[in-house]
Design a protein around this ligand. Structure first.
Ligand SMILES: [Mn+2]
Length: 242
């Protein structure tokens, strides 16, 4: 049986990622779509990237690029740390690269560079880190940074509150293009939830791993989900991005 999983933000929490992958009992038949933000937060950012590079040699993976991955790539490439990034996990990510060789860093740059900003599967399901704004769909997005920074897609879906049918004239055009949309980026813990959230046809699988939450993997056919322990319990001597 072929399964496809969407895995939400990881933010340097390698222990949490391993818990989730072990629970899934992944086989070579499965596909794993990672929603981005591999780095920044807990102490194992470089190690998460190392693990994912090795994992993708055995398992079908798609790695969407998140805003934190963009910042990390910039730093690896230029050695200049964006000040905003430094305060939002960059400092911990830089520390995680202690002892890494130039060649190892170059391999991470290549990996990060290869990441798409969105993925559309054959069943018209869209996967992206944050959102988009064009009513014509992702191909017509003017500012590519929206794919990893936008929060208005999710905000709009939450505000609809299930009140409009998909064929209604006022149903947002942005949502009509896709069967389902999977996102990360905006933690569900911001809304008091520790599990994935669904609004309109969007599934948000960022369950706050950077902060007090967990890493989540969702089976996109069945919507069954698997979660790690809460990250602060896995890294008791750290603060994450709090
Ligand atoms: Mn994130």
């Amino acid at each position: 049986m072929k399964r496809t999983f969407a895995i939400g933000d990881i933010h340097g929490g390698l222990k949490a990622l391993l818990q989730v992958l072990n629970a899934l009992e992944i086989t070579a038949e499965d596909t794993v779509i990672f929603m981005g933000d591999y780095v920044d937060g807990w102490s194992e950012s470089a190690q998460v990237l190392d693990f994912l590079i090795a994992f993708s040699e055995k398992i079908n993976c798609i790695f969407i690029k998140g805003n934190h991955d963009v910042w990390c790539e910039e730093w690896l490439h230029t050695a200049a740390a964006n000040p905003t990034w430094y305060l939002h996990g960059g400092k911990e990510t830089i520390a995680s690269y202690d002892g890494f060789s130039t060649e190892e860093k170059q391999q991470h740059i290549t990996f990060l560079k290869s990441m798409p900003l969105y993925h559309l599967d054959p069943e018209n399901r869209l996967f992206l880190h944050a959102g988009f704004t064009s009513m014509h769909g992702v191909e017509r997005e003017l500012f590519k940074g929206n794919f990893y920074f936008d929060r208005t897609l999710w905000e709009m879906a939450l505000a609809m509150d299930g009140s409009i049918d998909k064929d209604h004239a006022t149903y947002p055009k942005r949502l009509q293009h896709y069967k389902e949309i999977y996102i990360g980026h905006t933690p569900t813990t911001n809304f008091g939830e520790t599990i994935p959230m669904n609004a309109a046809n969007i599934w948000n699988v960022d369950t706050g791993a950077a902060f007090t939450g967990k890493v989540t993997a969702m089976n996109i056919e069945t919507k069954a989900y698997f979660q790690s322990d809460a990250l602060p319990s896995l890294y008791p001597n750290e603060k994450g991005r709090n």
